[in-house]
Design a protein around this ligand. Structure first.
Ligand SMILES: Cc1cc2nc3c(=O)[nH]c(=O)nc-3n(C[C@H](O)[C@H](O)[C@H](O)COP(=O)(O)OP(=O)(O)OC[C@H]3O[C@@H](n4cnc5c(N)ncnc54)[C@H](O)[C@@H]3O)c2cc1C
Length: 461
């Protein structure tokens, strides 16, 4: 590890900021991490966002690079597929990927991890290096670039100097707001018309899971859905995604009695599992989902955005954090290419390259996540869609070098999101042709179907 005199400020001690700070310390930088929140170890605050998250291959790669993969594995649990709950209470299981292989040799699965525990682990790992200091209760108000660095303004908290600044301050980034005042910086923010409310499904009297713990449970109901992701402690974090307004919306759920009636109507098998549903409804907040796009993701050679500050997306592919972690992997790789051993070198070119490489991928994963919302809430309950998935699974199994299902590309590989979107579009068009056959339900298991799909793929190659 090389010594350097550069002092780097990371604004935002969330998931991405704490991982990026850890990576920087491992390269020998002195890092100051600032966050507007109080210390969550004493305040018990996890940032007001989802309680648990799904970690997948892109996230694991970054954690491995940062040297904390094994520690994180210890606090996470595998989730092997989707378990769909139909209105009549029947259950269908759809595995996420292959039963063998995967990063930990336990098949291709995603991993559920508590946001607070992961955040704390990363922050403490960064602090333990002795080269990172976390400054809580520091809300960035503004910054300015000087000849010799960046001056960060924390209002009543005073000013601090740094050589570089990374904005990892989330969807409503103050760093991005400041960049918007500069020249030729594009930014847009849009709210989804759906909001969400989280509820906790507690373990049963013996401390066991009330639902099978190997799956992400989905109650798909067309334009809204309920989801439940297991936690290692035997509980599930459940999330109702529904429109804010209109039919079956949050607007219609005027109080906890209406909430109970809504659940009894749409999720009858869920209601007996949560006797305190009404109390939770009253005490848990209703949250909105913002989507952010911007360009470029850097300002000359001193300031850059990483994570949600650059690309806030909707959560339906379970990729927001994973994408932010992949930003860190890419930045880390570019540092090897553009910087000298002492940390000096071509920062401007490096950050421009980072922005160029990642912007298209940030846009692509937003598009993919929006599409997955429709798939999860609408199509996962459709028998023809399930048949299509089964056929696609067979094609992929027999021709793994030619056909990787889109979900697997996004979740279990490092193929650029933009490339995955392109390949996914091609495969989707082919599957539509295959599913359009009038005899598809009779011939779905025949070798002819696989051959047809591969022939169509090769035709377009
Ligand atoms: C319901 C839901 C479910 C999700 N599920 C998944 C999932 O399963 N898998 C997945 O990969 N992703 C998921 N995500 C997305 C994931 O939560 C985000 O992508 C991730 O938290 C981004 O991390 P971040 O560090 O960039 O931003 P954040 O986690 O938002 O952290 C930003 C930090 O910056 C601090 N900050 C903000 N402004 C300032 C300021 N002015 N000064 C100083 N500090 C500031 C904040 O206090 C915070 O600590 C989900 C999101 C939601 C909403």
């Amino acid at each position: 590890m090389s010594e350097t005199r550069e002092r780097i400020a990371v604004v935002g001690a969330g998931l991405v900021g704490s991982l990026w700070a850890l990576m920087l310390t491992r390269r020998g930088y002195t890092v100051d991490i600032f966050d507007r929140r109080p210390d969550p170890r004493t305040a018990g605050d996890v940032g007001g966002r989802s309680i648990n998250l799904a970690l997948s291959e892109r996230g694991w790669k970054a954690l491995d690079l940062a040297g904390v993969q094994d520690e994180v594995r210890e606090i996470s649990m595998p989730v092997k597929g989707r378990r769909m709950h139909a209105l009549d209470g029947s259950l269908t299981f759809q595995p996420y990927g292959r039963a063998e292989g995967g990063r930990f040799g336990e098949g291709e699965c995603i991993y559920s991890v508590a946001r607070g525990s992961l955040n704390q682990l990363l922050l403490e790992a960064a602090e333990k290096t002795g080269q990172a200091q976390v400054h809580f209760n520091h809300k960035l108000e503004d910054y300015r670039q000087d000849d010799d660095g960046v001056t960060l303004n924390f209002g009543a908290g005073g000013e601090r100097k740094a050589d570089r600044l990374f904005g990892t301050d989330g969807a409503f980034s103050a760093v991005r707001m400041r960049m918007m005042k500069g020249d030729r910086f594009d930014a847009s923010q849009e709210y989804l018309k759906h909001g969400y409310k989280e509820l906790e499904l507690k373990p049963d009297g013996q401390g066991d899971f009330q639902l099978p713990s190997d799956g992400l449970h989905i109650w798909p109901r067309g334009h809204f859905m309920l989801m439940a992701l297991p936690n290692p402690d035997g509980s599930f974090t459940c999330t109702l995604f529904a429109p804010f307004e209109g039919v079956d919306s949050f607007d219609e759920i005027v109080d906890s009695d209406a909430a109970l009636a809504y659940f009894e109507k749409h999720f009858p098998d869920f209601v007996p599992l949560m006797p305190d549903l009404k109390a939770q409804w009253d005490s848990h907040p209703l949250s909105s989902l913002a989507m952010v796009k911007c360009a470029p993701w850097h300002e000359n050679d001193r300031v850059a955005l990483v994570g949600d500050s650059a690309h806030a997306i909707v959560p339906f592919y379970g990729q927001g954090m994973n994408c932010g972690f992949e930003d860190c992997t890419v930045l880390d790789g570019l540092m090897d290419r553009f910087l000298d051993a002492d940390g000096g070198g071509h920062w401007g070119e490096m950050l421009a390259q980072y922005s160029e490489l990642r912007k298209a991928n940030g846009d692509a994963i937003l598009e993919l996540a929006l599409r997955n919302f429709i798939e999860m809430r609408d199509l996962t309950g459709d028998p023809m869609f399930l048949l299509q998935k089964r056929i696609e699974g067979r094609i992929a199994k027999q021709h793994p070098d030619q056909w990787v299902p889109l979900y697997s590309q996004v979740t279990f590989t490092h193929i650029d999101y933009a490339e995955a979107l392109k390949r996914g579009n091609r495969q989707r068009a082919i599957m539509h042709q295959v599913m359009d056959r009038p005899d598809i339900e009779n011939v779905s298991d025949s070798p002819e179907i696989v051959a047809q799909a591969i022939a169509l793929l090769q035709e377009g190659a």
